[in-house]
Design a protein around this ligand. Structure first.
Ligand SMILES: [Zn+2]
Length: 261
């Protein structure tokens, strides 16, 4: 059988992944429309973990804020599970560090600190919450939705290749039912950028795909992403970062795509 020998190395797999991502992005450009300036006046970003907002939609948030939109960000989990078994850093340390990083990142994106909320659900548990805990989180999100009445919710794709992200989407759907609200939902890929074939489904089934040009905010997005050094840099004595090699580079393209069902 013909095999691409180099594709069995980490570097080879990354090259292959980037090539597939380039093809998918080209198709998305054809299928998408530019999000008009001033099309959104208020947005609530739901980030399952501290970093999803910067990587997944940091450019969109920065541009919306520049255009005068009000932006709130809610972090669902504490992000404490990114370094399991680390010999010198505890889950509590990681949660504290990621909260501090989130503070810096959201500030860089232009979101006021009093518009940033943390629900502090334990990282890694969203997909297996018991009914009571799930209800409690839904109620807190529903309370925010009622208070803020955002025109748009920005959150990771409903099938993003992460059980946590998929569960977060279900919690927001439950919260919307409780609040009896129907804002527009713009879904952004995070782990489905890393596994780009997953984007074929929303590319075909979504009613609209919006394209946000990042030219004027690309540096801002890059700086916000760089705030999350706990995820992008190894924490000694480990020699590999929590995020895979080359992950961040997939999010520094010239545009972000948002799926609206
Ligand atoms: Zn995440």
């Amino acid at each position: 059988m013909l095999t691409l020998g180099w594709s069995h190395t980490p570097r080879g797999r990354l090259l292959l992944r980037r090539a597939v991502a380039r093809v998918i992005r080209s198709a998305l450009r054809l299928r998408s429309r530019a999000l008009p300036r001033n099309a959104v006046t208020s947005v609530l970003v739901v980030a399952p973990h501290p970093d999803d907002e910067a990587f997944g939609c940091g450019g969109t948030v920065a541009r919306l804020v520049r255009d005068g939109a009000s932006a709130h960000v809610v972090f669902v989990t504490d992000g404490s599970a990114s370094h399991p078994g680390h010999p010198s850093v505890t889950a509590l340390d990681i949660a504290g560090r990621r909260r501090a990083e989130a503070r810096v990142a959201t500030g860089i994106l232009g979101v006021d600190w009093d518009r940033v909320s943390f629900l502090d659900a334990p990282d890694g548990t969203l997909a297996r919450l018991d009914g009571g805990h799930a209800r409690a989180i839904e109620e807190r999100i529903a309370g925010m939705l009622e208070r803020l009445a955002p025109e748009v919710i920005l959150m990771p794709c409903r099938r993003d290749g992460s059980t946590e992200h998929d569960a977060a989407f279900a919690l927001v759907a439950g919260a919307l039912q409780r609040a009896k609200l129907m804002p527009r939902i713009f879904e952004f890929p995070v782990w489905s950028c890393w596994n780009p074939l997953m984007l074929l489904r929303p590319m075909i089934t979504c009613r609209r795909i919006w394209r946000v040009d990042l030219r004027e905010v690309r540096d801002v997005k890059a700086r916000a992403m760089a705030s999350y050094s706990s995820q992008t840099d190894p924490i000694p004595p480990e020699t590999s970062p929590a995020l895979p090699l080359g992950f961040a580079s997939l999010f520094l393209g010239r545009e972000e795509f948002l799926f609206e069902t």
